[in-house]
Design a protein around this ligand. Structure first.
Ligand code: DX5
Ligand code: ZN
Length: 219
């Protein structure tokens, strides 16, 4: 079984409450929130206020993906706002070990993310202490991009390292994931599937969500 994490980046923001409740009722396991600073990535999106607002609406854990420079400056705010998981990018953290510990000290599960061009090996020393590893399967910044096919090798490599060492982190993947390519991504070893367009841009959000969930449940 894998977990489903719909990304609200693709939701209709004026109907956010209804759409979040709809995915909650149709099999979502986490609500994925993309935070973009217009500097590390060329787009701007969301802050702690939206996390706080969501935490009052949904019972699901809020999975916060920080695509920003100097994420350590904002961990306490995102933790206090109601985040369950906070993920930072390896590429921007000069002191990754310190940031991961800081996230945990503030009561959240700690994740680390790598971009398509960043090797899985760059994480080897941190894998024993993280709760989640997010492999970006598009270049971060926008929804609706195409899945980068060489990501499959990276997921496989991480899954093998996880099982060889009995690590506990979850393997999350994010970007360009739809009903028609999710099976091969799961087969490679993904355990948390983030999808924005694959759910919120579909005509029938409830149906898209439950179809995804059925595939993730192996049905
Ligand atoms: C991309 C974000 C994703 C994005 C995925 O920078 O991290 O979470 O919302 O969107 P889709 O599923 O549309 O590729
Ligand atoms: Zn994301």
């Amino acid at each position: 079984m894998a977990y489903l994490a719909p990304s609200i980046l693709a939701a209709d923001l004026l109907d956010l409450k209804e759409e979040v409740l709809l995915v909650e009722q149709n099999g979502a396991d986490f609500i994925h929130v993309d935070v973009m600073d217009g500097h590390y990535v060329p787009n701007i999106a969301f802050g702690p206020e939206i996390v706080h607002a969501l935490s009052r609406v949904t019972k699901l854990p809020i999975d916060v993906h920080l695509m920003m420079v100097e994420p350590h400056k904002h961990i306490i705010n995102f933790a206090n706002a109601g985040s369950s998981i906070i993920t930072v990018h390896q590429e921007v953290c000069d002191h990754l070990d310190r940031v991961i510990r800081h996230i945990k000290e503030n009561g959240c599960r700690a994740g680390v993310s790598i971009n398509p061009a960043t090797p899985v090996d760059s994480l080897s020393h941190i894998l024993s202490i993280v709760d989640l590893v997010l492999i970006m399967t598009v270049n971060p910044g926008f929804g609706g991009q195409e899945f980068i096919s060489y990501s499959i090798e990276k997921i496989q490599k991480l899954a093998k390292t996880k099982s060889d060492n009995n690590y506990n982190f979850l393997i999350e993947v994010d970007g360009g994931i739809y009903i028609d390519n999710v099976a091969s991504i799961l087969k490679a070893g993904a355990e948390v599937i983030v999808t924005g367009s694959g759910i919120f841009k579909q005509k029938n959000i409830a149906e898209a969500c439950s179809k995804f969930k059925a595939i993730l449940n192996g049905k």
